[in-house]
Design a binder for this molecule. Structure first.
Ligand code: ZN
Length: 154
């Protein structure tokens, strides 16, 4: 990747970590998931509201931690709001291969999330980038109530 693109990606990550989008609480959330990445000290509190078909009607988060974890959560909520369950799972798998698989093509449907592809060189940062996605996966699986997910085995 050329240097100019890397710098542009850095800027997007910094912008989202400083001014996270969809940051806040949903009073009438169906599910709340607390995501914990003890390896880096990142935390995400995700709240999700479903539509009648089980799609993501609304999604917000709060949290703190490194720029990668917070920017990934911010970009993720922008991408996933209004998506069906199937679309969310597809994007989850596409994002996972973006940040872990050296050979993967960059899927077009990920949009701005491609800025995260640099973490594939750093296994510890993959946990930061995946934290919010692990939380949303848990939210879909669970459907209601509260849960905690961690990047480390219990
Ligand atoms: Zn982190």
């Amino acid at each position: 990747m050329n240097v100019e693109i890397e710098e542009l990606y850095q800027e997007v990550i910094l912008d989202h970590s400083r001014r996270p989008r969809n940051f806040g609480d949903l009073a009438d959330a169906a599910v709340r998931v607390h995501g914990d990445n003890p390896a880096c000290g990142d935390e995400i509190h995700l709240c999700v509201k479903f539509d009648a078909e089980g799609g993501l009607q609304d999604i917000k988060f709060t949290g703190y931690g490194c720029a990668i974890s917070q920017a990934s959560a911010s970009l993720m909520t922008m991408k996933l709001r209004g998506k069906s369950r199937a679309e969310v799972m597809e994007l989850l798998h596409a994002f996972h291969s973006l940040v872990t698989d050296e050979t993967s093509e960059t899927p077009k449907e990920l949009g701005d999330l491609v800025v995260m592809r640099g973490v594939r060189k750093f296994p510890q940062r993959v946990k930061c980038a995946m934290l919010a996605w692990r939380a949303v996966e848990q939210a879909l699986e669970q459907g209601a109530g509260e849960a905690t997910v961690s990047t480390e085995p219990a």
